[in-house]
Ligand binder design. Structure first.
Ligand code: ADP
Ligand code: TRP
Length: 340
């Protein structure tokens, strides 16, 4: 069986939203049984933005694990674990860092964006752009190559990191005349594209659902939470009354309806456009549809969160399975680099 690896950072509250579910978790779940799977929680990566506040990382990591499980990842088929529980990630990152030119890292778009963000916050100083932030893709390459993964399902924003991982793998294989590392393929999720959030930017355009915009429906939201969030959601600004014409393509509620009611949404869209249906009704109906979709996720979450010791056991078991693979790779790497 070919191997698959992917992961998410436990930043924010650690709770995942419908964008994470559609863009990442669902594709992973669809591949269960087809690959030997490793789905981890990138808690060391989270330090690139929260090195000074590590108190909450353990709890946030557990939240992510609970979201993985409640989405339907099956711990008997998938090793679910925290990156920090498998220290070989750090060992391989150190070694790979030695053969990665800084110029490759400075070109990475996510680094450039984050650096500009930090510089803005610091009033123009780049003093707090850490070595770890620049090295983020090296650690990510180590995450992937440690399991000699063949495929890595990720969102579009991760494409550059995957390309760099492939370059690092090629360089390692070339330098040591080996074929230890297969070049991992990115499986980019294009199907649903990016899930829009519940708000709009200053120009009235929808933007992606993201925890940093606070425009999310979370997988852990209760029925009432979903109702309240959709009540405040961005619709057609010029549709003040039911009879005003709506523009469903630019409305967060109509787009969610399309996603979760793919067979029947056209009536709602037509009636929104023609002024036969108002936003209040559309929001109420979409709330019911989203709540019905979340119901099995809530049930599984209740089950797993009722037994914290069981969650610990699952994470420990996942880390043991991951460690076996990680150590096997490191033995080969140490041997190849003459560090036995
Ligand atoms: P956030 O923007 O909320 O911080 P992350 O960047 O941590 O989310 O994303 C984790 C994973 O979820 C990535 O694979 C990313 O591509 C996917 N993802 C995040 N937001 C969305 C979205 N709105 N639609 C689809 N996929 C998303
Ligand atoms: N950088 C990824 C993100 O922000 C998280 C991540 C870390 C990852 N290591 C990985 C994803 C390895 C896939 C494979 O979403």
């Amino acid at each position: 069986m070919k191997r698959l690896l992917s992961g998410m950072q436990p930043t924010g509250s650690g709770r995942l939203h419908l964008g994470n579910y559609e863009g990442a978790l669902k594709p992973w779940i669809a591949l269960q049984g087809k690959y030997e799977m490793y789905c981890f929680i990138a808690d060391w990566h989270a330090l690139t933005t929260m090195a000074g506040s590590t108190d909450s990382i353990a709890d946030q990591s557990r939240e992510v694990a609970l979201d993985y499980l409640s989405a339907g990842l099956d711990p008997s088929q998938v090793a679910i674990f925290r990156q920090s529980a498998v220290p070989q990630h750090a060992e391989l990152a150190v070694l790979l860092g030695m053969l990665t030119p800084v110029s490759w890292l400075e070109r990475v778009p996510t680094y450039k964006e984050k650096r500009e963000h930090v510089e803005r916050q610091e009033g123009g100083s780049d003093a707090s752009v850490s070595f770890g932030l620049l090295g983020y893709p090296v650690l990510q390459a180590a995450d992937i190559l440690l399991y000699r993964a063949h495929v890595v399902p990720v969102g579009k924003d991760q494409a550059a990191h995957l390309e760099l991982t492939r370059e690092i793998a090629r360089r390692f294989n070339h330098l040591y005349a080996t074929d230890v590392f297969p070049e991992p393929q990115a499986l980019i999720q294009e199907m649903t594209g990016t899930l829009p959030g519940l708000d709009a930017d200053s120009e009235g355009k929808l933007r992606k659902m993201s925890k940093s915009y606070g425009n999310c429906i979370y997988m852990t939201d209760s029925e009432d939470d979903v109702a309240a969030r959709l009540k405040g959601a961005f619709t057609t600004p010029t549709k003040m009354r039911k009879t005003d014409p709506g523009i469903p393509e630019g409305c967060s509620v109509c787009l969610l309806r399309k996603l979760y009611d793919a067979d029947n949404y056209t009536t709602q869209w037509d009636e929104c456009r023609s002024g036969e249906r108002g936003c209040v009704q559309s929001k109420r109906e979409t709330t019911e549809i989203v709540n019905a979709m979340l119901e099995p996720i809530r049930e599984r979450r209740k089950l797993y969160s009722s037994d914290p010791a069981e969650l610990d056991r699952l994470l420990k078991d996942g880390a043991e399975r991951a460690s076996a693979m990680a150590e096997a790779t490191m033995q080969i790497v140490r041997e190849t680099m003459k560090f036995l």
